[in-house]
Design a protein around this ligand. Structure first.
Ligand SMILES: Cc1cc2nc3c(=O)[nH]c(=O)nc-3n(C[C@H](O)[C@H](O)[C@H](O)COP(=O)(O)OP(=O)(O)OC[C@H]3O[C@@H](n4cnc5c(N)ncnc54)[C@H](O)[C@@H]3O)c2cc1C
Length: 464
């Protein structure tokens, strides 16, 4: 059968791929998208969205336990884990159907099947229906990533889980070990700990949430310990011995290995790119550390072949994938889009308290040779935070002392994942401390702390 021709073929319908397809179609390109499993990728089906649905349930549960703080009564509070999971799966399903609808609306041709790249400009799609051949001058790889498996710590879905198992748990953990304290590990630790699991988090680095500013890691650790979690830093899980109903973890700290029993383990030790089996090497695309090597505009070096999102490396975030998708579609359509710069991309972790950040940490700003001014503002100094019953948290801002450029912003506390975008916009518009100080923030809002943190960097904070 003759191959079907398109202007652009996208492989993978996650937030990178489906957004690239829509933007390409908006720009008048004839676009096809190939997906082997589920529209919406990891983000909508097994990542961002279903985790936030679970975390919302644990947050409401936590609020119900605190009802007395608000002068309310909630007695015999309990939960139904199956119903909590059912809600999360329902939310994922709703959004997954939404992506299929968007493809239709934008006249993107969808092929459900496994894609390979047999030659330059060619895509072969295998499905139960057989094989279909497609052709396009421009191919966008957006095949995403999967959980990293470390030898001896492999998931089995029974007692040792990856995020996929943790999203559809076969049982409620009583004694839970979470290996890895990045965003994924910490979110699951927060969810299960709030629902009552005796939770231990083990982190090999010297602090949890190691990509965040050190002060935020310390703040978050204190809050988690107060909530009953055990946090072990500079610690490594060497091996897991499994039996029917328990796992013995061999845990090394300061050169000593001890055995500890858990009924459930979540392995959250990072991700690896889905690079295998596509035929990348034959086309001249380079793979390093499981990710496709790209330039600032997601070009792989092989003509007409682009890689975006998790496949193309850190930061492994849905909004980074989507923004790269838009940029690549605009490039293919003949535009001159700006490159996506990692420092402009905010990261959010939806634990309790929430964490959000953008730009340089204090340590990185110093490493880069900036002379800096640092501002801090605590939630306890904010009227809205106190009215909400959320007095724990802080906002830290870092400025270049010479230019007044906002180098980084770091937050921990209630709703900070919604606040961070204010600083992201500020950075995008290259505002200085002066612009931010002159901006009027509405009262009473948590956002006033963003103002106060900037004022504090210049010795002008009002409410603390
Ligand atoms: C538990 C968890 C929570 C997360 N929470 C957040 C969060 O709160 N915020 C955030 O920004 N990010 C979060 N992430 C990360 C986010 O999910 C990813 O950054 C995002 O999904 C990457 O998008 P992508 O389009 O690059 O790839 P993916 O979403 O992984 O999509 C890739 C798609 O390609 C398909 N595919 C792969 N190979 C082929 C092939 N050969 N042929 C056809 N199709 C193929 C896959 O089936 C998949 O659907 C989370 C991730 C996890 C695991």
């Amino acid at each position: 059968m003759a191959s079907q021709k398109f202007d652009m073929i996208v492989i993978g319908a996650g937030p990178g791929g489906y957004v690239a397809a829509i933007r390409g179609a908006q720009l008048g390109l004839n676009v096809a998208i190939v997906e082997r499993e589920h529209m919406g990728g990891i983000c909508l089906n097994w990542g961002c969205i279903p985790t936030k649905a679970l975390l919302r349930s644990s947050e409401v549960f936590h609020m119900m336990q605190r009802a007395g703080d608000y002068g309310l009564k909630a007695e015999s509070i309990s939960y139904d884990l199956d119903a909590v999971v059912k809600r999360s799966r329902g939310v994922a399903k709703q959004l997954n159907s939404g992506v299929a609808h968007l493809m239709k609306k934008n006249k993107v041709t969808v092929f459900m099947g496994e894609a390979t790249l047999p030659a330059k400009g060619r895509v072969s799609v295998k499905s139960a229906k057989g094989t279909e051949d497609l052709e396009a001058a421009n191919i966008v790889l957006a095949t995403g990533a999967r959980a990293r498996e470390l030898p001896g710590l492999e998931a089995d879905g029974k007692r040792v889980w990856t995020y996929k198992h943790a999203l559809q748990p076969p049982h409620m953990p009583k004694k839970l070990l979470v290996i890895g304290s990045g965003a994924i590990g910490i979110e699951f630790a927060s969810f299960y700990n709030t629902l009552g699991a005796d939770t231990t988090v083990v982190e090999v680095m010297d602090r949890i949430l190691p990509v965040e500013d050190a002060e935020i890691s310390v703040f978050a650790k204190k809050a988690f310990v107060k909530q009953g979690m055990t946090i072990r830093e500079k610690t490594m899980v060497k091996k897991l011995d499994r039996s029917k109903d328990k796992v013995t973890a061999h845990i090394e700290q300061a050169g000593k290995v001890e055995a500890q029993e858990f009924d459930t383990v979540i392995s959250a030790v990072g991700i690896v790119g889905n690079t295998e089996g596509l035929g990348l090497e034959a086309l001249g695309a380079k793979v390093e550390k499981t990710h496709v090597v790209t330039d600032s505009h997601c070009r792989t070096g092989a003509p007409g072949l682009y890689a975006i999102g998790d496949l193309a490396g850190a930061p492994w975030l849905a909004h980074k994938a989507s923004h790269e998708g838009v940029m690549v579609a605009e490039l293919i359509a003949g535009g001159k889009p700006h490159a996506v710069t990692p420092d402009a991309i905010a990261g959010c972790t939806y634990c309790q308290p929430q964490i959000a950040s953008v730009g340089l940490t204090e340590a990185r700003a110093k490493e880069q040779g900036h002379d800096i001014k640092v501002g801090r503002f605590p939630f306890i100094g904010n009227g809205k935070a106190i009215a909400l019953g959320e007095p724990e948290g802080m906002i830290k801002t870092i400025f270049d002392a010479k230019t007044g450029a906002l180098l980084g912003a770091h937050m921990v506390g209630a709703e900070v994942t919604e606040l961070i975008q204010g600083y992201v916009v500020a950075r995008q518009l290259e505002t200085t401390e002066e612009d931010l100080m002159q901006t009027v923030f509405p009262h009473p809002t948590l956002s006033e702390m963003m103002h106060e943190s900037v004022l504090d960097a210049y010795g002008r904070a009002i409410h603390f």
